[in-house]
Design a protein. Structure first.
Length: 575
């Protein structure tokens, strides 16, 4: 692509630098070179004018390749000297027309801020106007135009800068290496592999794992970086790393997870693993661009820290019996409902662990596959190549399955395949995003599933939430006041509340457990589904048939001292 330009020409050098540092997609550079050949001009101007590169990236490239200082306005104003008659030397109209900013005059040397220091004709014209040798400084066009208005509007802007003590000496002319968000690819890799950065990322990972965190959030803001860990469903602020280490930290994580460290404009997802003694821990990485840089979220999947045992999940004995009756049926559908983060996937894995055997062919389609289960065929959806839940399910039916797990029912096509598979002799397990168990049926009917298909196939619907467990080391007993209880009816006179100690990081809670409601199939419920009754009628009938609600399930755990009344109320809202 750069063969159209002389390698030693300024534009040829710029094109080679952009290619070597992978700062521009090849097709964008090809487009720019075609325009350049047709219309002439400068490569930097074409790249920005055609929207092929961000102007700050072009400014960085010019600075790096041609060893020209890069003027940053991030830590102050691009304000030139006020005592050198620069406004008379370079009139405002000339500055605006050529997008330049007179910066200083020191003897026979005139310093000028400009976007394109390769414009030799403009530099020569400045030399004639000022009678000085011209030094150039690089900045973006938008910064220059903004600075021109501030500099030449002396009636409004000047007092503000005098008040805050801004002067030419306070400006920072920085080389490209000091600009965190504009380091070349090799520089990024070098800094990401530096010992302090490696140790800092390692420390974050080990600290989060030690605190039993499920997620790490690294968030850039204007003057700082925020570091938060999600522990037992709640986010907690941690001591943040220095702002200038944000880019190296993000780059280090990208390198570990196999992501493109040069791509900062698009979201990216990746994975990597860490080993801690005899534990193998998976980490899912999500990176998104924000206005202050890239935010990173790491999901920690500790295989050794998750118990896939139905009896250990937190189900009440009566509910556990209902669920086991459903999952050991030869065919039908079992739905798990609840919001994101309510433990649905963990419950599904526990169900699979309980019912799997060498006599059954089990296939799952998930997005993503969070845990790998021995003896079970797991498929990761890939919508970009057409591998969706629906297409995977259609393929599953040709694989002689006994049990199929669908990570989530998101559309009518997937829902209908699940229901029709159940009608043809398969056991199907899946999840829905609804608030409770009865609303799952109305949700499926709303998206278009025929009631006559649902009625004979739905075995059970499980609605669930996760509540934090009180720390056994510091929980304290107390007698709740009448005002606190309100309409709550408890069989226990004394319950427990959170206090806080070193064992639970002073949160008062340690670990989580499940509260659930299970709506089991019955002739009466089948009749209601067939006649498409309202959600309220469905819920009232399920209650009459013995369904324990989420709220009631939570109160049982309060009475047993497992969790607090405050925690149950915050999760169930009195449902």
């Amino acid at each position: 692509m750069t063969t159209r330009l002389k390698k030693d020409s300024p534009d040829g050098r710029l094109a080679a630098f952009l290619t070597d540092q992978r700062l521009i997609p090849p097709e964008h550079l090809e487009t720019a070179l075609t325009v350049l050949k047709t219309r002439g001009g400068y490569l930097s101007e074409v790249l920005v004018g055609r929207g092929l590169m961000a102007e700050d990236d072009v400014a960085f490239a010019l600075s790096q390749e041609f060893d020209v200082p890069l003027l940053s306005s991030q830590n102050g104003s691009m304000r030139p000297s006020d005592d050198q008659d620069l406004r008379k030397l370079i009139p405002k109209q000339f500055a605006l027309r050529n997008v330049i900013l007179p910066f200083s005059r020191d003897g026979n040397v005139f310093t000028c801020v400009m976007f394109n220091p390769l414009d030799v004709m403009l530099v020569d014209e400045l030399r004639k106007i000022t009678g000085c040798e011209v030094n150039t400084v690089v900045a973006t066009k938008s910064d220059i135009l903004r600075a021109i208005e501030e500099f030449y509007d002396t009636t409004v802007i000047a007092p503000k800068f005098q008040q805050h003590g801004h002067a030419a000496k306070s400006l920072e002319l920085r080389s490209p290496d000091s600009r965190d968000d504009s380091i070349g690819l090799e520089g990024i890799v070098e800094r990401a592999k530096a010992a302090p950065v490696v140790k800092l990322v390692d420390l974050m990972l080990w600290q989060a794992i030690d605190k039993r965190a499920s997620d790490i959030h690294i968030e850039p803001f204007e003057g700082q970086v925020s570091l938060r860990y999600r522990v037992d469903g709640k986010l907690y602020e941690m001591a943040p790393p220095p702002k200038h280490l944000h880019l190296p930290i993000v780059s280090r994580i990208k390198i570990l997870s196999g992501l493109d460290i040069a791509e900062k404009r698009l979201p990216q997802d990746g994975t990597f693993m860490v080993k801690l003694k005899d534990r193998t821990i998976d980490l899912r990485v999500s990176v998104i661009p924000t206005i202050y840089g890239e935010k990173v979220v790491l999901r920690i999947l500790d295989r050794t820290g998750v118990v896939f045992e139905l009896s250990e999940m937190g189900f009440e004995e009566e509910d556990l019996a209902k669920l086991r009756s459903a999952i050991f049926s030869p065919y039908g559908v079992v739905f798990l409902t609840g919001p994101t983060g309510s433990g649905k996937s963990t419950t599904l894995y526990a169900i699979l662990q309980e019912i799997k055997s060498s006599e059954k062919n089990i296939l799952t389609v998930e997005d993503p596959v969070e845990y790998r289960l021995a003896g079970i065929n797991q498929v990761q959806v890939k919508p970009e190549i057409g591998l969706t839940f629906a297409s995977a399910l259609r393929a599953f039916l040709r694989q002689d399955p006994d049990i199929m797990l669908v990570g989530e029912v998101r559309d009518l096509e997937t829902a209908e395949i699940c229901v029709r598979s159940a009608l043809t002799g398969h056991l199907v397990l899946s999840t829905l995003h609804t608030n409770d168990a009865p609303s799952a049926v109305t949700r499926l009917i709303d998206i278009g599933v025929e009631p006559y298909l649902l009625a004979p196939t739905v075995l059970a619907v499980v609605g669930q939430r996760l509540v934090r467990k009180l720390c056994p080391e510091c929980k304290e007993a107390y007698r709740p006041a009448t005002k606190e209880l309100g309409s709550v009816k408890l069989d226990a006179d004394t319950i427990y509340r959170a206090k806080g100690c070193p064992a639970c990081n002073n949160t008062g809670y340690r670990g989580r457990t499940l509260i659930a409601e299970i709506m089991s199939s019955s002739e009466e419920l089948k009749s209601l589904i067939s006649h498409t009754v309202s959600y309220q009628n469905m819920r009232e009938t399920a209650r009459k048939l013995g369904m324990t609600t989420l709220y009631e399930s939570g109160l049982k755990k309060v009475e047993k001292g497992i969790t607090s009344l405050e925690e149950v109320m915050s999760v169930t809202f009195g449902i």
